[in-house]
Design a protein around this ligand. Sequence first.
Ligand SMILES: [Ca+2]
Ligand SMILES: [Ca+2]
Length: 181
Amino acid sequence: MLTELQTRKLTKLFSMYDECCNGYLCKKDFEQIVKKLAGVRNWGLRSPRYLALMNQLERDWQGLNRSADTDHDQKVSIAEWLHYYESVLGDPQKYEQQVQTLMEMIFDVFSLDESEGLNQQSWGLLLSVYNVSPVYAPLIFPTLDMEHSGSINREHMRQLIRDFFYSNEPSLPANAMFGPY
Ligand SMILES: [Ca+2]
Ligand SMILES: [Ca+2]
């Protein structure tokens, strides 16, 4: 069973993917996200990076649609999304697979400096791609970067994502890593 806090965070995550804001996730939402992700790095429509990104998001959508769209209308409702995540979070192998893919994509697109970590600017870009205003980045990033290193590495990000999905502790900064929820 998802807790009330988990449900709120997963609803936030849903809203980040619902690019066209119609209350459903469909293929078009993912296509728009690909364009925005590629736009962050100015990857051209025919560049290998763009094509790799497009393939990945296509696979993400197919996987989500196959597992979550239980009424087969080719779109995923919030109820279907929550039901799907309940099953993913209950299965360590599924969870790890999903997070691994997400992590690779995030670091591929948003790590802008040579340390290959995510800085505050990266965070603002990440928010803006996913329908959240980058004005939140200066408020959120310092609460996540508790050691004030200016950068979030992969290991740290993996932990933040885990807390976002699983934690029921209302005071954890990771709950609000993508803004108000
Ligand atoms: Ca939509
Ligand atoms: Ca559906």
